[in-house]
Write a protein that binds this ligand. Structure first.
Ligand code: ADP
Length: 347
């Protein structure tokens, strides 16, 4: 049984060393415990950026290639070097001009869509922009920027490992989605997701950015805590739809950033899906989710109002096709430019 599993694992190649994980010694042991199997992986480097991805590949490949195997596969990860031997690492975000988190109370309000289009608007204004997609529950930036399936390369400089972001439409993109499959989502929650985020935050080799936008998961959770404790944010943008704006989740989001121990400036609220205009009646605006909610909410809690984005079919289609609408539609860009200009004024 052990040999059969080792043979299967020979099919997994470490993206950096380009060697299979059995012959290169990453697979330290495969042992049988009754019906079940325990695989111990041992990585030569502390914090190997590919460790978690290889761990999840091991789990999946055994199930996929040996359907008759009915036991459980447990994979443990170890590292050879003690941490102290690693040179001290400075986060790669220290070279970024402004780091802005994009957050929302609930999912589905268009936070990721706003992040992608805001990134492109800033690019159109002449800034160098990166997006870090930290939405572990639904990393959608790779699809929106047509980079699904991108396998980040790792490089070494002065004994430190860096991960290379994808590039699309002039935007540098790193996503937690590059390291997981949609079906992995559950196992990436909690500790694994936060340690992966730390690596992406500190090891991504950005190319001299003016702005880094971080697409956060909805709500307030471990990922938010990790982000707030690992790096200094320059501000946060809250995205809401008109009917979601006054609900407790949004209020909690604002308070999370404004908390005295965190003290991140809330740059403002963006009201997404503010109204609908049918193509055949361009003068008509239908406020199907109510009107002016976000603006009055912003006043009430004392945060700026950054602007409104209407419901436009092209916004949805652009994201689905891998080219966010701002790249192709000047009308959409106009709405986003107002948001971007007000946001910059707040920084
Ligand atoms: P979140 O990141 O908040 O979960 P998404 O950005 O994934 O939300 O958006 C949810 C859905 O709504 C997507 O299908 C997206 O294309 C669509 N969408 C978002 N904003 C708009 C808009 N202004 N007009 C039309 N569709 C939109």
């Amino acid at each position: 049984m052990q040999e059969q599993i080792k043979n299967i694992l020979k099919g997994i190649i470490h993206p950096e060393t380009r060697e299979n994980i059995v012959e290169s010694g990453v697979v330290e042991s495969v042992s049988q415990q009754g019906e079940n199997v325990v695989v111990v992986l041992c990585f030569a480097k502390a914090k190997d950026p590919f460790a978690q991805r290889i761990k999840s590949m091991v789990e999946q490949v055994i199930v996929a290639e040996w359907p008759e195997f009915e036991g459980k596969v447990t994979v443990a990860v170890k590292q050879k070097e003690p941490k102290a031997q690693q040179p001290k690492r400075e986060s790669t975000t220290t070279s970024v001009g402004k780091i802005i988190a994009v957050a929302s109370g609930k999912g589905g309000v268009g936070k990721s869509t706003v992040t992608a289009n805001l990134a492109l608007t800033l690019r159109n204004m002449g800034y160098r922009v990166g997006v870090l997609d930290a939405d572990i529950y639904g990393p959608s930036q790779p699809k929106m920027f047509n980079c699904e399936g991108y396998l980040p390369d790792a490089v070494q400089e002065d004994g430190l490992d860096y991960i290379i972001p994808a590039k699309s439409l002039d935007i540098e993109l790193m996503s937690i989605g590059f390291f997981i499959k949609p079906t992995d989502a559950l196992m990436w929650r909690g500790v694994m997701a936060t340690s992966a985020l730390k690596q992406l935050l500190h090891q991504t080799k950005w190319g001299g950015l003016d702005f880094l936008l971080i697409d956060l998961p909805p709500g307030t959770g471990d990922i938010h805590l990790t982000l707030l404790s690992e790096i200094k944010l320059d501000g946060a943008v809250i995205v809401s739809t008109p009917q979601q704006v006054a609900v407790a989740d949004v209020v909690r989001g604002v308070e999370m950033f404004r908390h005295e121990q965190v003290a991140v400036k809330v740059l403002g609220v963006v009201e997404n899906m503010a109204w609908f205009t049918p193509k055949e009646l361009p003068q008509n605006k239908y406020y199907i989710f109510g009107r002016g909610g976000a603006e009055s909410y912003a006043k009430e809690v004392g945060v700026p109002f950054l602007g409104e984005i209407p419901i436009i079919q092209g916004i949805m289609e652009g994201s689905d096709e891998g080219t966010p609408a701002v790249a192709t539609d000047a009308m959409v860009e106009q709405h986003y430019r107002t948001v971007a200009e007000r946001m910059i004024a707040e920084l």
